[in-house]
Design a protein. Structure first.
Length: 247
């Protein structure tokens, strides 16, 4: 049976475009990973009219999809083990949808358990679980999570803008992200842009310290080391390091 299944997986991969399965849309990150794959008939053939071999290949292709979750893999294996046209058709027509919903439910619970998830994400994830239909769960992972996280990211960036400690570079990049206002631009600022912009501001702050001719040799040496360092080293110097040496 195992050798037969390996052969099926190879065949499914080779057929590629002949079997119309939509590419998985993965919601996540961070954080969370969702299993997706859309079962469809070979070419223009409805599932009810597919041959036994086509049914096997269709299920094997779902099984071979790296994004398929535990429930989908379990039910796909069960259908292949049964080996009948009825079992394979049942999986393609309804079992896959229900198994994917089970995997989606797990993915959403993980997102809810992620401490980094903001209020909008928690609200929409909870709503999807409350509705608890395969369609609602999938919609959250494919679009709702992205949009809810963008809402949370927007709030986080506005807070950064409102922080009196935010320097010119941070304000500039935060404003730019809000002006673009796509989920991707907002996330990019929070994940990388903020760190780099703050480092730019920190470098200016360290340069001002170095411009003071009255500072001690020890402070100058520490500042010179920091200004050529990483964003984290710059931040540490300004928050802690400069106070650890003689001024």
């Amino acid at each position: 049976m195992r050798q037969h299944r390996v052969a099926l997986l190879v065949t499914a991969t080779a057929l590629g475009p002949a079997l119309l399965f939509a590419s998985p849309a993965v919601a996540a990150g961070a954080a969370a990973t969702a299993t997706t794959a859309t079962a469809a008939a070979a070419a223009d053939t409805p599932v009810d009219e597919m041959s036994l071999d086509d049914l096997r290949v269709a299920v094997a292709r779902i099984l071979g999809d790296k994004t398929s979750g535990k429930a989908v893999v379990r039910e796909a294996n069960r259908a292949l083990d049964a080996g009948t046209a009825d079992a394979l058709r049942t999986f393609l027509k309804s079992g896959f949808r229900l198994a994917r919903a089970e995997d989606d439910r797990v993915a959403i619970v993980r997102i809810l358990g992620d401490k980094a998830s903001g209020k909008a994400v928690v609200r929409e994830a909870t709503r999807a679980l409350d509705v608890n239909t395969p369609e609602a769960l999938r919609a959250f992972l494919e679009t709702g999570f992205r949009l809810a996280r963008a809402e949370d990211d927007r709030v986080a960036i506005v807070r950064i803008l409102g922080d009196k400690a935010s320097g010119k570079a941070v304000v500039r990049e935060a404003t730019r992200a809000l002006d673009v206002n796509t989920p991707e631009a907002l996330r990019a600022f929070l994940e990388t842009g903020f760190r780099l912009a703050r480092a730019e501001d920190d470098r200016v702050a360290v340069a001002r310290i170095l411009a003071d001719p009255a500072i001690s040799k020890a402070l100058r040496a520490a500042a010179e080391k920091a200004i050529n360092g990483t964003p984290e080293e710059l931040r540490y110097f300004l928050e802690v390091g400069q106070y650890e040496v003689k001024r």
